[in-house]
Design a protein around this ligand. Structure first.
Ligand code: AQP
Length: 332
């Protein structure tokens, strides 16, 4: 059976980008067709300046939102990365096959490091090595597929390179995984700045729809989305990024085709209204389920405890095999 692994970082409140690019597919498709593991990758949240109490809070909230989105622990495994030591054990072994040049070429590293430096901060070493830990997250489970948004495909390619290199040098140990991205919604852009990805670490949040935004807040953000000069609704990523982003969001929420939707709406106003309502409707059941789950926090903790146990049992034999292959003696 195909195995799927993917994760989400508790670095902020989850966004519509996280949902349309990744979580929705995990819940609606992947968990039913594959042996699936989904992980709140909390160690990755420590790679930038962080408030410990906030990371704890967001880790719980992220797990709760995954359940609210329909992740069903009866058919898949949901857990916290830091609860399974195999991730960090394997990460070190992979650091021994990765090169610093490879790390420095990662687009996300360059962007995030530049942001840290612009704010006068120092770049943490863990930000540079983050893609190796992500490779360990995936390879520990011998995952075949990694369903992600477009921004993560470079990291999955690196994971493939490291797996192939390790297998070649030390004997076949890892499955070489492949990224899968959704046909629409793979890169949801910021509503105020359609040249940038809608991200949860955005400073103002004005162009970001958060999954827990009230319906009126969602409507306001979409209605204030930056559009382009010109009046007609045209699907054109390079020439009309703002309008194209709205068409993509509308298509992802309604199951339509973004190019055909451009013919349905004559004005920016009509497109924005339709998009706002579609987003509100997509998020409604998720918000309701989240409210119910918050009333029973013990349930989420139990899911995470069971999930970590299941995940450990899958990861341990592979990580032990990697240790032996690279030359480490097993503990007596
Ligand atoms: N804007 C987006 N459009 C489509 N997919 C997206 N994803 C994130 N943003 C978008 C996908 O969501 C999954 C989990 O993302 P992550 O937690 O690993 O964080 P990230 O990719 O670094 O994105 P964020 O939300 O923007 O976080 P920050 O601001 O902290 O960097 C991934 O599959 C991702 O592709």
């Amino acid at each position: 059976m195909t195995r799927v692994f993917s994760g989400v970082q508790p670095t902020g409140h989850l966004t519509l980008g996280n949902y349309l690019g990744a979580m929705r597919r995990w819940a609606e498709v992947d968990q039913y067709r594959a042996d699936s593991l989904f992980c709140v990758v909390d160690l990755h949240a420590l790679t930038v300046d962080h408030d410990p109490a906030r990371v704890s809070r967001l880790s719980r909230q992220t797990a709760t939102l995954l359940l609210a989105a329909g992740i069903d622990p009866a058919v898949c495994t949901l857990f916290l990365q830091s609860h399974v030591d195999e991730h960090t054990r394997l990460s070190y072994l992979l650091e021994c096959v990765a090169t610093d040049g490879e790390m420095r070429r990662m687009i996300q590293y360059k962007e995030k490091a530049a942001r840290v430096r612009d704010r006068g901060g120092s770049v943490r070493l863990s930000l540079l090595t983050y893609p190796v830990l992500m490779a360990a997250d995936i390879l520990a489970y011998r995952a075949d597929e990694v369903p992600v948004g477009e921004d993560q495909t470079q990291h999955v390619q690196l994971t493939r390179d490291l797996a192939e290199r390790f297998n070649q040098r030390y004997g076949h140990t890892f499955v070489v995984p492949r990224a899968t991205v959704p046909p629409v919604g793979a890169r949801v852009m910021n509503l105020q700045n359609p040249g940038s990805k809608m991200g949860k670490s955005d400073r103002t949040g004005a162009g970001v729809v958060y999954l827990l935004d009230e319906p009126d807040v969602v409507r306001r953000k979409v209605m204030r989305a930056v559009t382009d000069s010109g009046r007609d609704v045209v699907y054109d990523t390079a020439g009309r990024p703002g309008v194209t982003n709205l068409l993509e969001i509308l298509a992802a929420c309604t199951g339509g085709n973004p190019e055909s939707l451009a013919d349905v709406h004559d004005t920016y106003g009509s497109l924005k209204e339709a998009t706002a309502e579609a987003v509100v409707e997509v998020l409604r059941p998720l918000r309701e389920r989240h409210r119910e789950l918050c009333a029973d926090p013990g349930q989420v903790e139990e899911v995470l405890r069971d999930g970590a146990e299941k995940a450990r049992a899958v990861a341990r034999p592979t990580v032990d095999a990697a240790c032996r292959a690279i030359g480490l003696l097993p503990a007596a």
